[in-house]
Design a protein around this ligand. Structure first.
Ligand code: EPU
Length: 481
């Protein structure tokens, strides 16, 4: 039964009239921008490959700064976040070069040096990763300057947990209009910490700082996402001593020095799920080579509950002993109707907030009422307006619908969506608001009948390697005008 619905926003049909006009006006003046023309209505079919996870690779690159010898990272995707972190590392004296293998990155931090605030500020607003340089730079140089952060606009995204933790380690943090200056006049020492919420970034901040802080750090209410476990594996390879206890407690015993690592990152489970949702929404069949079952179990259960089919072959090398063979997961729409579901996003092992947007597009094609309760970010449903302009019926609510009350309940955040389907999607002119919502727009345009223009698609390059080549490989009819 549907939960009681309150605080209804005006029905989509009413507000879309004006929004449509506004959007048309905005798009008129931006015709010179990057745009992809999408001729929708064709099922995506074929095979693509995912590489190392964006949300691990960038942190692994920061970890290299802590070592006293070179690190080697494999399977690194060509995405914007990797360019930003490479630039920041190079500014601090780290030699970053391509290794012999495709996707291999070598980082030599032997001669770490200070960079000027002007040089660092070139990267202001480009990514959220720079905040993670605090601990490593304090250990290597005794001071750090962090530019204004960027990343997707999906809510306020404060950094209070990071700053509180750094101060507990003994850092002096000075926030100025140009950025954040840090120093550690008495060195960094272990601390007893508890996060108010299991933040991924704040957990990484603590790990990257505690590994070389003097003494023991205990972190309670830590995030335990697979990308964090992989970062812990990297740090252990470098010489760190980290114990993951039950109930989200991580203990780190500081060591005086760390060395370089060699590591193949976990595959990108967000990208894999995005293509899976694309297969469902376009009634197609996509094999995602490199996708791994263990990191995606929650998603796979949901995919199947909706009526999608999948076949897992990620253990092919071990099973068949075929050198060079690489398995993955094949996702397809088996025909017939998809089923509605009630879902909420959550920290691991829950349903990832980054899986939400592409899946909602697929849910517009399911029969019945689906619910998506977003509990990680307070403002991550704005993109549903664009889906409504394409014929979807999605209403957003302030209430915590379909699950347990979350931090955003009874506050002014539209963080639950009710999706009524199936809806026939039609083409539209769309503007990409952020990375994951952007991919969702793209899927909607591919699923819709007719020709859509998707503006700002270059933003997708922040997290999806070669997405246009992959679309071509899957038989999508897209072109740059
Ligand atoms: N939060 C605070 N204070 C803090 C830190 C976080 O209130 O100091 C809140 C946030 O506002 C949010 C919640 O805690 O409501 C969770 O944020 P978290 O710190 O976990 O997110 P993050 O580290 O900034 C990473 C990924 C996101 C992903 C989230 C959740 C990277 C670079 N980004 O962000 O990925 O959604 O974890 O899993 O790793 C993406 O890839 O498109 C993306 C947004």
């Amino acid at each position: 039964m549907l939960p009681r619905l309150q605080n209804r926003v005006p029905p989509p049909a009413l507000c879309l009239l004006d929004l449509g006009r506004l959007r048309a006006r905005r798009l008129e003046v931006t015709l010179t921008e990057d745009v992809l023309v999408v001729h929708g209505g064709t099922p995506l079919q074929g095979q693509i490959r995912v590489r190392g996870a964006k949300n691990l690779v960038s942190k692994a690159m920061v970890a290299a700064l802590l070592g006293e010898s070179p690190s080697r990272l494999y399977d690194v995707p060509r995405i914007r976040d990797v360019e930003v972190v490479s630039g920041l590392l190079e500014l601090h004296g780290v030699k970053v070069s391509a290794g012999a293998e495709d996707g291999e990155l070598v980082m030599d931090p032997t001669n770490v040096e200070s960079a000027s605030t002007d040089q660092i500020n070139v990267h202001a607003g480009s990514s959220r990763i720079p905040i993670l340089l605090c601990g490593p730079l304090l250990h290597r140089l005794g001071h750090a300057f962090i530019p204004d952060l960027g990343g997707c606009h999906i809510g306020p995204r404060p950094i209070d947990f990071h700053i509180r933790a750094l101060r507990e380690f003994g850092a002096v943090v000075d926030k100025t209009p140009e950025g954040m200056h840090l120093s550690a006049p008495n060195g960094l020492h272990g601390a007893k910490l508890e996060l108010p919420y299991p933040s991924v970034g704040a957990t990484e901040q603590v790990l990257l700082t505690a590994v070389r802080a003097e003494g023991v750090t205990e972190l309670r209410n830590a995030a335990i996402e697979p990308e964090i476990m992989d970062l812990i594996c990297i740090l252990q390879k470098m010489g760190a001593i980290i114990t993951v206890h039950t109930d989200r407690v991580i203990e780190i015993q500081g060591v005086p020095r760390l060395y370089g690592y060699e590591h193949k990152p976990i595959p990108d489970r967000i990208e894999a799920a995005s293509w899976a949702a694309a297969a469902l929404a376009t009634r197609g069949e996509i094999e995602v080579v490199g996708a791994r079952q263990a990191d995606m179990m929650t998603f796979l259960n949901v995919f199947r509950s909706i009526g999608g089919e999948l076949k897992i072959t990620d253990d092919r090398v071990a099973r068949d002993g075929v050198t060079g063979a690489e398995g993955g997961i094949k996702f397809w729409h088996p025909g017939g109707e998809l089923k509605a579901v009630a879902l909420e996003t959550d920290v691991h092992p829950g349903f990832m907030t980054d899986w939400q947007q592409p899946l909602v597009v697929a849910l517009t094609q399911a029969r019945g009422i689906s619910i998506m309760h977003e509990t990680v970010y307070e403002q991550r449903l704005g993109y549903t307006e664009a889906l409504n302009s394409m014929g979807a019926t999605i209403q957003v609510y302030r209430d915590c619908l379909g699950g347990t009350p979350c931090r955003f309940g009874r506050r002014n955040f539209m963080h639950s969506a009710v999706i009524a389907g199936p809806s026939k999607l039609h083409a539209a002119d769309l503007r990409i608001p952020d990375l994951r919502a952007g991919f969702a727009h793209l899927i909607a345009a591919l699923a819709a009948e007719g020709t859509s223009r998707v503006y700002g698609v270059d933003l997708i390059k922040r997290g999806y390697e070669d997405f246009e080549a992959k679309l071509a490989a899957l038989g999508a009819h897209v072109e740059r005008p």
